[in-house]
Design a protein around this ligand. Structure first.
Ligand code: GSH
Length: 280
């Protein structure tokens, strides 16, 4: 690794394959499949292909919330996509998400199967399908979509920016850590100020915006994504903590957080409610 202060970009960038980085199997400047492999299909109409990261968890939280209020049509098979092993580049996965990132969903209950990718689009698709967890009148609907899209636009600064340079980059560089810590603290303050006046992000009712934002920022302040709780002084965002604790305590949230996890506290695949019951 060259010293970043000495780096002089060449006139045109070229791809130098990494072999030491933990992302060596993932990072490449081209899109498309690397290998032929079909995706498995289970017995339920909804087939989710995902991993228990914050982007994956927000969808399983919503599916478990829908089941908890009695929407049997939200039963789902959740298949593990191991992004470290490159499963997102299989021909089957690329067919349902040309962007090769989890989560991706196929709904087989429509006349022709419907593919949906991008976690925010999946959440909105499911919330609209079951007419739940998204307000259907203004101004509530616009507020919900505003916070949902805020999460999608903001979290890359948290994960790809702060998290990458604070926890994963091969060296600790002050410039990017400082830049992204500043931005994440600003984002946390946006949430904190909003939640000082409201129980949930959009007012009195919990909806998909809370689920999406909790999966990144709630987990950040509660469980310390990137082991950064002290560095970011998360204890100072008292309203975010109050809101995150309230969401964290929900049974559906606890269930959703266990799906597509390769650990004793979770399940790699979920095909029936009983797969999670066994863990409770
Ligand atoms: N904007 C996307 C982001 C999805 C995303 O970044 N997924 C990551 C895991 S959290 C991924 O699949 N990474 C694999 C890769 O980059 O190759 C969404 O919200 O769905």
């Amino acid at each position: 690794m060259s010293d970043s202060t000495q780096y002089q970009p060449p006139a045109a960038w070229t791809w130098v394959r990494e072999d030491e980085s933990r992302f060596a199997n993932i990072n490449r400047p081209i899109a498309g499949a690397t290998h032929d492999k079909e995706l498995p299909v289970g017995k339920h109409p909804l087939q989710l292909y995902s991993l228990g990261t914050p982007n994956g968890v927000k969808v399983t939280m919503l599916l478990e919330e829908l089941l908890a209020i009695g929407h049997q049509g939200a039963e789902y098979d959740a298949w593990l996509i191991n992004i470290g092993a490159g499963d997102q580049f299989s021909s089957g996965f690329v067919d349902i998400n040309p962007n090769s990132k989890i989560p991706a969903l196929v709904d087989h209950s429509t006349p022709a199967p419907t593919r949906v990718f991008e976690s925010g689009a999946i959440m909105l698709y499911l919330a609209e399908k079951f007419d739940a967890f998204v307000p259907n009148q203004e101004p509530g609907r616009a507020e919900c979509l505003s916070w949902l899209f805020w999460q999608i636009g903001s979290a890359p600064y948290l994960g790809g920016g702060f998290g990458h340079f604070y926890a994963y980059a091969p060296e600790k560089w002050e410039y990017p850590i400082n830049r992204f810590a500043m931005e994440i603290k600003r984002q946390l303050d946006v949430l904190n100020q909003t939640l000082s006046e409201r129980q949930f992000l959009c007012g009195d009712e919990y909806n998909i915006a809370d689920m999406a934002v909790y999966s990144w920022y709630g987990q950040l302040v509660l469980t310390g994504l990137y082991e950064s709780k002290e560095f970011l002084q998360v204890e100072s965002y008292t309203h975010v903590l109050r809101w995150a604790n309230e969401i964290h305590a929900r049974s559906a949230v606890q269930r959703g957080r266990k799906v597509n996890r390769v650990s004793k506290s979770g399940v790699a695949e979920r095909h029936d409610a009983s797969d999670l019951d066994a863990l409770n």
